[in-house]
Design a protein around this ligand. Structure first.
Ligand code: ADP
Ligand code: MG
Length: 253
């Protein structure tokens, strides 16, 4: 059994079928990159995994725990009890394109907030982790600054540290560098690469093809709500089989 198993995921917004039948299994420590044209359902797929969206059909299991399943013969998926769903989602950290830091809190308070509120931890008990994480992303000296005083790259590194403060087993990234000026993407990508080297399980939606090639164990090409092609970075980038993958990769050059 894989660490994350998403089987036959279906999702509609009104009459729009955004995910038609998407199956993805991810092993512990594996890094999967999802690429594909805008509007193909990449963000929705990530959001379904961490429960920012509900699914209409399919099943999701994390580390053997069922979050949502579709009973035989039923047309819709059924969620596990809320406490179980919450417990599973707490194992995931998420970073978005727009960093969504709390603007009225310092960098340090941004890191401390979730462990304080969600886990009920005391500040003094979180501080060692907060310090370690801010040092890891190179921003310990900025701990008393407000987000608006940081560059986009620094803000995104704070957002990554904030997600890590909850000690997740899985990190989900949705185009973490697409809101950044080109010269600031490198520092964020290096931070994510470091997580990959530490064997964090990650799913990364990205437009950075060179980065996907470097960091991913497996690359998924999604279009029209379906996985059209998948393989190692070498297979997908150097020898794509599907015509849509070929034309997408050409358009990214
Ligand atoms: P991608 O991340 O690949 O660009 P998205 O998952 O964001 O694609 O969107 C897939 C499709 O679903 C798009 O057509 C988008 O407009 C639509 N969509 C996404 N979220 C919603 C929503 N909350 N309500 C209605 N339509 C949505
Ligand atoms: Mg998206």
């Amino acid at each position: 059994m894989s660490f994350i198993e998403m089987d036959h995921i279906r999702k509609q917004f009104g009459n729009l079928e955004v995910l038609k039948d998407v199956t993805l299994h991810v092993d512990e420590g594996e890094v999967v990159s999802i690429i594909g044209p805008s509007g193909s359902g990449k963000s929705t797929f990530l959001r379904c995994l961490c429960q920012l969206e509900t699914i209409d059909g399919g099943t999701i299991t994390v580390d053997g725990d069922v979050m949502v399943s579709q009973p035989e013969g039923s047309r819709r998926s059924v969620y596990a009890p809320p406490a179980q769903v919450r417990a599973i989602c707490r194992r995931m950290g998420m970073c978005f394109q727009h960093f969504n830091l709390f603007p009225h809190m310092t960098v340090l308070d941004n890191i401390l907030e979730a462990p304080r509120i969600v886990k009920g931890m005391k500040t003094e008990d979180i501080m060692p982790t907060a310090e370690e994480l801010l040092k890891k992303v190179g921003l310990w000296e900025k701990r008393d600054e407000y987000p608006s005083r940081l560059s986009g790259g620094q803000q995104q590194r704070v957002a990554i540290a904030r997600a890590l403060a909850m000690n997740p087993d899985i990190m989900l990234f949705d185009e973490p560098t697409s809101a950044l000026d080109p010269e600031l993407t490198g520092e964020v990508l290096r931070t994510i690469k470091q997580l990959a080297d530490e064997e964090m399980t990650m799913i990364i939606v990205t437009h950075e093809m060179a980065f996907a090639k470097e960091v991913a164990d497996r690359v998924i090409f999604m279009a029209d709500g379906l996985i059209q092609e998948e393989g190692t970075p070498q297979q997908v980038f150097e020898n794509p089989q599907n015509e849509r993958t070929k034309s997408f990769l050409k358009s990214m050059l």
